[in-house]
Design a protein around this ligand. Structure first.
Ligand code: DGL
Length: 277
């Protein structure tokens, strides 16, 4: 059994397979400006959304071992796929470490807006049925349609937001949801808010768009207060790490963050050996 370090630092650990978690990071900057963040993007193993549950659990385990070595005080899974497939397992394996996922805050926000809820996500998240279960737990009368969108993450990671091809792919994935006359659409993958201008141009204005990022950060703020862990002095600069080549990550995150992050590469294979032994 793996334990969280008893002496925590001031850091909040945030992770995703790549740049998707930046949508959560931006919300952290907005809502919790005094918190210091350790960001990890598992770019060497992206996309997560076509992987098996066992693979995702193992990746998340490795990331959490690495984050606890940095003595994080809390972890936000800024990744729906990890939240859908691994959160229950790793919560048991890392007792004492507060771990927040994006699905429940997203589901709660969705039911406050509508009854006919569409969810776009990675294929793994859609297959897990996690959003339907979470939404129905909060409102058993809601109707939920989930669509897996395997092409979105590679297009976003390649920075191809404004391509005509991307527009056509978005249109195609949204079609079955629009046929169901949804009133609410959930970004069930943290990468997808990067496609917001394209999605907004396709769905009717009456459809409410839900980005779980702002809601998970609200939940994090409440949890920090309950635990007495909120930081009140100015933060340290965000530390960015990726498992693959830092360059593409720097390029894309510059657009989303409005500054050039300093990004280091970390080899999780060493952590993997530690987990296996
Ligand atoms: N952004 C992640 C999510 O929310 C993972 C996407 C992927 O790597 O497929 O699911």
């Amino acid at each position: 059994m793996l334990h969280a370090s008893s002496q925590s630092s001031d850091l909040i650990g945030v992770f995703d397979s790549g740049v998707g978690g930046l949508t959560v990071l931006r919300e952290l900057y907005r809502q919790l400006p005094n918190e210091s963040i350790l960001y990890f993007g598992d770019t060497a193993r992206l996309p997560y959304g076509t992987r098996s549950r066992l693979e995702i659990e193992q990746f998340v385990r490795e990331i959490l071992v690495w984050m606890t070595a940095h003595r994080v005080k809390m972890v936000i899974m800024a990744c729906n796929t990890s939240s859908a497939l691994a959160i229950e397992t790793v919560r048991q394996e890392f007792p004492g470490l507060p771990i927040l996922g994006v699905i429940l805050p997203g589901a709660r926000a969705a039911v406050q807006k509508g009854k006919r809820i569409g969810v776009i996500s990675t294929p793994a998240t859609a297959q897990s049925d996690a959003y339907r279960q979470a939404i129905l737990e909060v409102d058993a009368t809601a109707q939920v349609w989930q669509v897996g969108c395997p092409e979105f993450v590679p297009l976003i990671e390649q920075g191809r937001i404004n391509d005509l091809y991307t527009y056509q792919v978005v249109e195609q994935y949204l079609q079955p949801l629009l046929e169901q006359e949804i009133d609410t659409l959930v970004y069930g993958c943290t990468h997808y808010p990067h496609l917001a201008p394209v999605i907004r141009s396709i769905v009717p204005k009456s459809v409410q768009l839900i980005d779980p990022a702002s809601h998970v950060v609200l939940a994090a703020a409440q949890e920090l207060d309950v635990l007495g862990l909120r930081h009140t002095r100015p933060p340290k600069p965000t530390r960015f790490y990726v498992s693959g080549d830092p360059h593409p990550f720097v390029q894309i995150s510059r657009q989303w963050l409005g500054c050039t992050p300093c990004v280091e590469q970390v080899r999780l294979s060493e952590v993997a050996e530690q987990v296996a032994s």
